[in-house]
Design a binder for this molecule. Structure first.
Ligand code: SAM
Length: 498
């Protein structure tokens, strides 16, 4: 790939050609059809190759940029400025057994920008399993599942300045472009900086700044309203073997450092949101470990563990990710990786996300929890409410809670389980039908409160009325309920109206 800057004029022309040919997410989906698109998602190219034969423009572009199939040079030249693209390092012209062909040196895929305009993401071609090849050390990974997880997490804009640390192919910077007046995207890998620049230029995103360097180094002294990172979080003995997923910091330090240094780069009220892996060891509790990273910043935060893998599962996942399954080195690497985990006392690895908000002036609250079930996506639009709910609940003393006006949150329903015909249920569960879709087992008093509280009356008198109705002592109900209600507020079942 060429080291020189990708010419702006060439980017504009290529963007025009791609859009004209309907090389867009919907255009490609329609062209391939459901079965071929599903096969592609399984890394099977044959149905897509069959669906894109001939010399029609969209089929040619798909074969070249997506399916990595060389196309005849004559046909390519009729559609694309081949020589300029070759000079810029995006394609190569080769002599093949059936004549001159053009081969792509990058993967160029269509992308839907959040404002509805078509965009494009440029990365290194994916190394396919079973080919015997492994990624190069400075491989630039395309937008994958982890990228999508982070993008669903990003809080809504608009904001003034946003930063993407470890931009890779630039996919998060594209997400930030719809939220921020100014976007800065950084990466340690100079090839990533270049490819991210091409993704942004082809997507018509003007004015984003790209910078090469480690973590926050390139933005020394700068502050942002929103920082996102899908960092190289893989915990491995071979640090930095693959820059796209491993840093040169030991264990889970890269994630801890991103969090630790965030406040120095956040405006007041600014958010930092990262994906992370963290160590589970005999020595400490993961909640204290990761919660401690956030508490140490003085910011409010929310740490969510979405999955935990044992060491063997983890090693297999990442050896498969780098297509090393079945290679002669596989067993040795697997063994060495497990040795490392054993030496370090690592019993498992947590996968999740960390969001922190720089609200140091207020009483910062950090919520740490495990959520393994399916939740409403995207999380970003309701994420600030989750952090605010936890903060509000923590601040309320019992007395303040009894005089507060509280309302049941929208979308909460009640489930009663019991023997058919029995006068009382065996259990009552409040369940959120949207958002985090939590369920909470509650007592009769909280269930009754959920049925009547709409924010018009304070909690205390409502509890008195409920106590009278169920024949319990009012003072006991007033004393017993605040703790449970506080938890229900912090989990989003109730909201404090005033
Ligand atoms: C998992 S990829 C994420 C790419 C992209 N942001 C996404 O969401 O798909 C991690 C990126 O971090 C970059 N990286 C690795 N070490 C880094 C460091 N010390 N500082 C900044 N970026 C780094 C890698 O080059 C890679 O592009």
């Amino acid at each position: 790939m060429s080291e020189t800057e990708f010419p702006r004029g060439l980017a504009d022309r290529l963007r025009g050609i791609l859009i004209d040919a309907d090389y867009t997410v919907s255009g490609v989906r329609d062209r391939l059809g459901d079965a071929a698109a599903r096969a592609l998602a399984r890394e099977e190219l044959v149905p897509a190759l069959r669906a894109t034969g001939g010399e029609e423009r969209l089929g040619l572009l798909l074969r070249l940029w997506w399916l990595r199939s060389p196309i005849p040079a004559r046909a390519a030249r009729a559609v694309l400025p081949v020589d300029e693209l070759a000079e810029a390092g995006l394609v190569t012209v080769e002599e093949g057994p059936h004549g001159t062909v053009v081969r792509a040196l990058v993967h160029l895929g269509p992308w839907d920008l959040e404002d509805g305009r078509p965009g494009f993401v440029v990365s290194d071609p994916k190394v396919r399993p079973g080919t015997g090849a492994v990624p190069r050390h400075d491989h630039v990974v395309g937008a994958g599942n982890a990228s999508a997880t982070l993008s669903q997490l990003i809080v809504d804009g608009p904001v003034d300045r946003a930063l993407d640390v470890g931009t890779g192919c630039g996919v998060q910077a594209l997400h930030l472009a719809s939220r921020a007046r100014e976007v800065v995207a950084t990466d340690l890998n100079p090839r990533a900086v270049r490819l991210a620049g091409i993704s942004l230029a082809l997507s018509g995103v003007a004015g984003a700044r790209l910078a090469q360097g480690s973590l926050y180094e390139p933005v020394e002294g700068e502050r942002f309203d929103l920082i996102v990172s899908n960092p190289p979080f893989v915990i491995t003995p071979d640090s930095s073997r693959y820059t796209y997923r491993e840093s040169d910091l030991p264990g889970d330090t890269v994630c801890a450092e991103l969090v630790r240094q965030a406040p120095a780069h956040l405006t007041e009220g600014g958010w930092c949101q990262i994906l992370a892996n963290w160590v589970h060891s005999d020595g400490d509790d993961w909640e204290d470990r990761v919660g401690g990273w956030v508490t140490g910043t003085g910011c409010s935060g929310w740490v969510v563990q979405r999955d935990v893998q044992d060491p063997a599962q983890y090693v297999e996942l990442w050896l498969r990710d780098s297509c090393e399954h079945g290679t002669p080195e596989y067993t040795r690497r697997y063994d060495a990786w497990l040795d490392y985990f054993e030496r370090e006392g690592i019993k498992g690895i947590g996968f999740g996300w960390i969001s922190l908000r720089n609200d140091v002036a207020q009483d910062a609250t950090v919520r740490v929890e495990e959520l393994r079930h399916d939740i409403e996506q995207p999380v970003g639009p309701y994420l600030p409410d989750v952090v605010d709910g936890a903060m509000t609940a923590l601040r309320l003393t019992d007395a303040a809670l009894l005089s507060a006006h509280v309302a049941l949150a929208p979308g909460v329903v009640e489930e009663r389980v019991g023997r058919p015909g029995a006068p009382d249920p065996e259990k009552i569960v409040l369940r959120q039908q949207n958002g985090l879709r939590r369920g909470a087992r509650v007592g009769t008093v909280e269930a009754a409160l959920a049925g009547v509280c709409d924010g018009t009356m304070p909690v205390g008198p409502l509890l008195d009325a409920i106590a009278q109705l169920i024949g319990e002592d009012q003072a006991v109900v007033r004393e017993r309920t605040p703790d449970a209600l506080r938890t229900l507020i912090s989990e989003g079942f109730f909201r404090v109206a005033r």
